[in-house]
Design a protein around this ligand. Structure first.
Ligand code: PMP
Length: 355
C-alpha cells in the first residue's frame, strides 16, 4: 500500500479515481467518454452546474459570490487579479509569506503599485508576520493562506477593512472560515479540489468593473461570470474530477467534518516531531501548517537513510522542497489518518534503530 504525501498534484479519494476512470470509458451510460463529450452538451452543462453549486454550498457562499472554473493554474491568478482590480496609479497591499506570495507580488507590480506591508523573509519564512498595518487606501490586501513550500499558515485571517484577496491553493476546503469575508479567493485544484488543469476562483461580483484599464476578453472575470464559466472550452475532464471530489467531501460531512480529521492528522504528526529525539519542526509553533508539515533531522546526515526507510513502508512524497530541505508531509483532505499513523510509526522505528 502506498501512502501518498505529495504536495501537489496529490492524493485524491480512491472513489474519485474509480469514478473518473469509468467516465473515461463510458460516461453515465451515454456510450461516450467524458473526454469526447462536447462542453456545450446538456451532459457537460450538468457537470459544470453541479460543480459550481456544490462548491457554493460547501463554502456557504452568499449570492454576491460567484464560482468560476478557469484555466491557467493559480499562477495565472497572480496576474489576473491585479489586471482586473488595480489601476496603474493605485496601490494594492500584499503580505509576503513565501515563494508563492513573492510571485504574486512580482506580477502585481506589472499593473500598479504593490506595497509589501509585512514579510517573513528576514526569518526565512519560518513565521507568519504579526504586527503590521494595511493602508486604508490600498485597493485590496492579498494573503497566501497556506504556504505550501515552507509549511506555515494564517490560522487567523487578518481583520481588514480593505477588500481581502486570498491564494488558498493549498488549504481551500480544509477548514471552516467565513469565505464571504473575501473579495476574491483563488486556488489551483490539484491539492484539495481535484485534478491539475483547472483553478477555482470565487469572486464577489461587486468588486469588479471599478478600473479604467481595458481587459482582454478572456482575462475579464465579468465575461466568465456572464457565460457561467463556459466563455471558452473549459478543461472538461479536470472539472469533472473536481465535481467527484466535491461530492466526496460533501459525503464526508463537508468542511466542518474534514477539518476535524485534518486537525487530528496534524496533531498526530506534530506531536511525533516534537517528541522524537531525531526530528524537529522548522516553523513557529503557532503558525504551523495543518496541510504541509515541514520538518528536518537534528543530524541531517541521516535524512537520506530515513527517506529510504520510509519508502520501504510505502511512504512517498515526503522529501522537502529544495528551498527548505528536510521533509514535507502534505496532509490534504483525501489523505487518511491511517497514512499519518504509518509515517509516525516509521519515525518511531527509525529512532529506535538510530539510538
Ligand atoms: N499558490 C500556492 C500557494 C501554491 O502552492 C501553488 C502551487 N503549488 C501555486 C500558487 C501555483 O499553482 P499553479 O502551479 O497551479 O500555477
Amino acid at each position: 500500500m502506498v501512502h501518498n504525501f505529495n504536495a501537489g498534484p496529490s492524493i485524491l479519494p480512491p472513489t474519485v479515481f474509480a469514478e473518473a476512470s469509468q467516465a473515461i470509458l463510458n460516461y453515465n451510460n451515454t456510450g461516450l467518454s467524458i473526454l469526447e463529450t462536447g462542453h456545450r452538451t446538456a451532459t457537460f452543462q450538468a457537470v459544470m452546474d453541479e460543480a459550481r453549486a456544490l462548491l457554493k454550498e460547501l463554502m456557504q457562499l452568499d449570492d454576491d459570490h460567484e464560482v468560476l472554473f478557469l484555466h491557467g493554474g493559480a499562477s495565472t491568478q497572480f496576474m489576473q487579479v491585479p489586471m482586473n482590480l488595480l489601476d496603474d496609479k493605485e496601490t494594492a497591499a500584499y503580505s509576503d509569506t513565501g515563494v508563492w506570495s513573492s510571485k504574486a507580488i512580482k506580477e502585481a507590480k506589472l499593473f500598479g503599485k504593490a506595497e509589501v506591508v509585512c514579510s517573513g523573509k528576514e526569518n526565512n519564512y519560518t513565521a507568519i508576520p504579526k504586527d503590521f498595518a494595511v493602508p486604508n487606501d490600498a485597493k485590496y490586501f492579498h494573503i497566501t493562506t497556506n504556504n505550501t513550500i515552507y509549511g506555515s499558515q494564517w490560522h487567523k485571517i487578518p481583520a481588514t477593512s480593505n477588500v481581502l484577496i486570498a491564494d488558498m491553493s493549498s488549504d481551500i476546503l480544509s477548514r471552516q472560515m467565513d469565505f464571504n469575508a473575501f473579495g476574491l479567493i483563488y486556488a489551483g485544484a490539484q491539492k484539495n479540489i481535484g485534478a491539475a488543469g483547472v483553478n477555482v476562483v470565487v469572486v464577489n461580483k461587486n468588486i469588479l468593473g471599478k478600473i479604467k484599464r481595458a481587459i482582454p476578453t478572456i482575462m475579464d472575470y465579468r465575461n466568465h461570470i456572464k457565460e457561467g464559466s463556459m466563455l471558452n472550452t473549459p478543461p472538461v475532464f479536470a472539472v469533472y474530477v473536481c465535481l467527484l471530489t466535491l461530492r466526496w467531501l460533501k459525503a464526508q460531512g463537508g468542511v466542518a467534518a474534514i477539518e476535524k480529521i485534518n486537525d487530528a492528522k496534524a496533531a498526530l504528526l506534530y506531536n511525533e516531531i516534537d517528541s522524537n529525539p531525531l526530528f524537529r519542526g522548522t516553523i513557529a509553533i503557532e503558525d504551523r501548517s495543518k496541510m504541509n508539515v515541514c520538518f528536518v533531522m537534528h543530524d541531517t546526515s541521516l535524512e537520506d537513510a530515513f527517506l529510504s526507510f520510509a519508502k520501504q513502508q510505502g511512504i512517498v512524497g515526503i522529501k522537502g522542497h529544495r528551498l527548505s530541505g528536510g521533509f514535507r508531509a502534505s496532509l490534504y483532505n483525501a489523505l487518511p489518518l491511517s497514512s499519518v499513523e504509518v509515517l509516525v510509526k516509521a519515525m518511531q522505528e527509525f529512532a529506535s534503530l538510530n539510538k
